[in-house]
Design a protein around this ligand. Structure first.
Ligand SMILES: Nc1ncnc2c1ncn2[C@@H]1O[C@H](COP(=O)(O)OP(=O)(O)O)[C@@H](O)[C@H]1O
Ligand SMILES: [Mg+2]
Length: 309
């Protein structure tokens, strides 16, 4: 069996490390080849298994496209279907689908550059609809005034050139939750609580780009979280339900904020980072006394099994 690991052509240190680390694990079980995403169709051989680690720009929806190429050419691939990627890359779509299935998520309104789709929530967080890594989320993203919300949405739209999501700001503790597996064989990893209380004064208490990039040391990570068992059970149930609603497969991570003990899903990452040093998913296996290799083996289990028949 050959696994084709697909990477971005231009990549940062975390993504490069993830590609290397996944390759290090898989080489023990299969032949592997690493290829840049633009070379994918040229390099693909008949019975390859595709492991996409190419994130693209996110708003180019590349993750979905790679999964679609795999599907169209009849190749087994690791991770979710194109449908899941397309749904999860657009935070407004994700929200509306989850809501329709009864999952709690903050109220949100979309700004397409001309008009807002509904009544503006206050206070609101203003963020691009299809980004990740805190891109477009800064110290001015939280806003308490309607006129200010409108103005900042226009500014953000002009700056980023993509629709802007104006979302009710939930002032509660934050967790991120990983789910691995497939079908009815799903494992919710111990949830990771992200505590911003130790950040220097004046720094926003949410995961803006600068908090993610520059304040990791002062951010407190707790895994598992400090919630009561009752709340933790609600978190796990919400995670499983959400995973199923977006028809995910193999691995997924979602951000939640907890208000009065009730989990609200903020966004779903259909291709969460796999950098062994900095990504959240690898942090979540430690309380299980498992390691990075276990995580990757769990993620590829379904595809390898299908392949071997
Ligand atoms: N509705 C919200 N209420 C409270 N905080 C939010 C809300 N939406 C986003 N945030 C904060 O902003 C962070 C980044 O938002 P998110 O949508 O997860 O973007 P990214 O894809 O960049 O991670 C979240 O981790 C959270 O701290
Ligand atoms: Mg997030």
């Amino acid at each position: 069996m050959r696994v084709l690991i697909v990477k971005d052509s231009i990549t940062d240190i975390q993504r490069a490390r993830a590609v290397q680390a996944v390759d290090d694990v898989l080489r023990k079980y299969a032949e592997t080849k690493i290829v840049s995403v633009e070379k994918l169709t040229d390099s693909l051989m008949n019975d390859d298994v595709i492991f996409n680690l190419s994130i693209g720009k996110r708003n180019d929806f590349l993750q979905g496209n790679v999964a679609a190429v795999a599907q169209l050419t009849g190749h087994e691939h690791i991770g979710s279907s194109p449908y899941t990627h397309y749904v999860c890359l657009d935070k407004f779509t994700t929200k509306n689908i989850l809501k329709a299935y009864g999952i709690k998520t903050p109220n949100g309104v979309l700004f397409d550059g001309k008009k807002f789709t509904g009544k503006l929530p206050v206070p609101a967080i203003i963020k691009p609809v299809a980004e990740g890594s805190g891109i477009g989320i800064d110290e001015k993203s939280l806003c308490y005034d309607i006129e200010e919300i409108k103005k900042r949405s226009i500014d953000k739209f002009e700056k980023l050139g993509e629709p802007i999501l104006v979302e009710e700001f939930l002032d509660g503790p934050e967790v991120t939750v990983g789910v691995v597996g497939f079908g009815s064989d799903l494992i919710v990893l111990p949830e990771l609580e992200i505590d911003f209380s130790n950040l220097p004064e004046g720094i926003e208490r949410y995961y803006s780009q600068r908090v993610k990039e520059k304040f990791a040391e002062q951010t407190i990570y707790k895994c598992p979280s400090t919630f009561t068992e009752k709340v933790r059970e609600r978190i796990r149930k919400t995670a499983i339900k959400s995973f199923e609603i977006v028809k995910a497969r193999d691995y997924l991570r979602m951000d939640m904020r907890i208000v009065d003990g009730i989990p609200y899903v903020i966004e779903i990452n259909s291709m969460p980072g796999l950098d062994p040093l900095t990504s959240d998913l690898p942090k979540m296996v430690k309380p299980l006394n498992e390691d990075y290799e276990w995580l990757i083996r769990t993620i590829v289990k379904r595809a390898f099994h299908e392949k071997r028949g």
